[in-house]
Write a protein that binds this ligand. Structure first.
Ligand code: NDP
Length: 483
């Protein structure tokens, strides 16, 4: 008798994924570098299903039904390379190695190519939903070949989260080689922006309105009943209603305000820079964490940098709260639109056939950014698969237009009164830039032509031109055409 599938890496994610598979009736081979973790899974959860524990990689691979499927859930980077190499030694042509860790998509592309040379299938799979998701239903974003997807899909569809709306499993074949990990990376970047916009709304309620954590928790609870309904808003309300067990004070008030990061936000931004896609919301959210974490700089600034604010009073707190809700929603729409743009540009660059509407679909349950409005994104791409910009879809255009006056009031108030709202403000600037008929880029082009002879295009003629700036300032055509 042999196992249907194997999982190596029995830390929290791997063990929970193995249990999830076992709960769905699969025979699951399990393995970990240090055997104690494997034993612990058998001791604590052995009765939950059929597990085939192995101490060695060789026995682990041998315990698998052919064509074999082994999922790796270990630390990203070098450990993942080491485990792939170990497994590959014992695997046979047609077998499938799945990397479910948070790997950088370029690593996945490299690994997929290397395994292909050895006639092995390699699938980089984004897994979202944390440990709870891994156990009860994550959102799964597998890349790799179509053949590998055919073999994997019944199992992945069984263990994935199911969307509340239609029961559809939150997984699909994202695209070739690194597409799955790319989409997971952008998902995490969007998550950064989503968390930051929520925090900016919280900060304004706390500092500008002087509301306490519980009162703000009530506001988020109300917001969770409308367009903003999402897992992140829901847990925010729960956190704000929680009192510290030691002091009895609101829990959020006893936490140091220094945000940490594990790097997927930075990857999203770095990749976006390479692709030339403006992900301003995600970038500002990532930078906001860095700003918060630089304690020495903040201390130095606090000593000498003054607020010099207008100290305006808020006449109508409820109106201000309603405005914040709209500023949050609009900024969130911008961040999602930009994230989808990055996926679209990535797909074009790396030749992945990614269905953008399906990406929103498989994020509807299981993952951290699950939210009511993802359905609207799917509908937008169904209406127009070639949509140039999510915000240009009629539904989203109307939704964001409706938020604009409130959004401007919030950003203006924050600026006048000294509250940092990096994502609210930069998203509004992006919004105003993208809808502007004419941008100051014309002047930038002139400057570039002046110091670097980088040439420019004219509004009234074809071709590329250069002005002899330091000579007679005559214009010459540089692309060989007549002009
Ligand atoms: P960790 O990232 O903490 O990794 C621990 C596991 O990696 C252990 O099983 C450990 O084995 C193994 N390991 C480390 N180095 C090596 C090596 N050189 N050779 C073999 N095995 C090694 O575990 P998590 O469960 O938190 O995460 C697993 C993967 O899933 C990671 O890539 C993570 O980024 C990703 N992920 C995590 C999420 C989360 O919420 N935690 C969400 C989504 C993805 P040993 O016991 O022998 O040390």
């Amino acid at each position: 008798d042999s196992a249907d599938i194997g999982v190596t890496g029995m830390a929290v994610m791997g063990s929970n994924l193995a249990r999830n598979l076992a709960h769905h009736g699969y025979k699951v081979a399990i393995h970990n570098r240090s055997a104690s973790k494997t034993e612990a899974v058998i001791d604590e959860h052995g009765s939950e299903g059929e597990f085939f524990p192995s101490e060695s990689t060789e026995d682990f691979v041998k315990s698998l039904k052919k064509p074999r499927v082994a999922i790796i859930m270990v630390k990203a980077g070098k450990p993942t390379d080491a485990v792939i190499e170990e497994l590959a030694q014992y695997m046979e042509p047609g077998d499938i190695i799945v990397d479910g860790g948070n790997s950088l998509f370029t690593d996945t592309r490299r690994r997929e190519a290397a395994m292909k040379d050895r006639n092995l299938n390699f699938v980089g799979m984004g897994v979202s939903g944390g440990e709870e998701g891994a156990l009860n239903g994550p959102s799964l974003m597998p890349g790799g070949s179509k053949d590998a997807w055919e073999r994997l899909s019944p199992m992945l569809r069984d263990i994935a989260a199911k969307a509340e709306e239609d029961g559809e499993p939150c997984t699909t074949h994202v695209g070739a080689d690194g597409a799955g990990h790319f989409v997971k990376m952008v998902h995490n970047g969007i998550e950064y922006a989503d968390m930051q916009v929520i925090s900016e709304a919280y900060d304004m309620m706390a500092r500008a309105l002087g509301l306490d954590a519980h009162a703000i928790g009530d506001v988020f609870e109300t917001w969770n009943e409308g367009d903003l309904q999402s897992f992140l808003i829901e847990i925010t309300a729960t956190v704000l209603h929680h009192d510290d067990v030691r002091t009895g004070r609101p829990f959020v008030d006893i936490i140091k305000d220094e945000a940490a990061q594990k790097g997927t936000g930075a990857w999203t931004v770095q990749t976006a820079l390479d692709l030339g896609v403006p992900v301003t919301g995600i970038a500002e959210a990532t930078f906001a964490r860095s700003v918060s974490g630089d304690v020495d700089q903040r201390a130095a600034a606090q000593k000498v940098l003054e607020a010099r604010t207008a100290d305006e009073k808020i006449d109508d707190p409820q109106q201000f709260i309603d405005d914040l809700q709209k500023a949050l929603y609009a900024s969130k729409l911008v961040a999602y639109a930009q994230g989808f743009e990055e996926i679209s540009k990535g797909a074009e660059t790396y030749d992945w056939d990614i269905n953008l509407g399906d990406m929103a679909k498989i994020w509807r349950a299981g993952c951290i950014i699950r939210a009511k409005f993802l359905d609207r994104i799917t509908e937008a791409y169904d209406r127009d698969p070639g949509l140039k910009l999510l915000l240009a879809d009629p539904y989203f255009a109307e939704a964001i237009n409706d938020c604009v006056p409130a959004w401007r009031r919030v950003v203006a108030f924050a600026a006048a009164n000294g509250f940092p709202v990096p994502v609210f403000a930069s998203s509004l600037s992006y919004y105003d830039a993208i809808r502007s008929e004419r941008l100051p880029a014309a002047l930038v082009q002139a400057q570039r032509d002046y110091f670097g002879a980088h040439t420019y295009k004219r509004v009234d003629d074809e071709g590329s031109y250069h002005v002899e700036w330091t000579k007679d300032r005559s214009e010459t055509r540089t692309d060989g055409g007549q002009g």
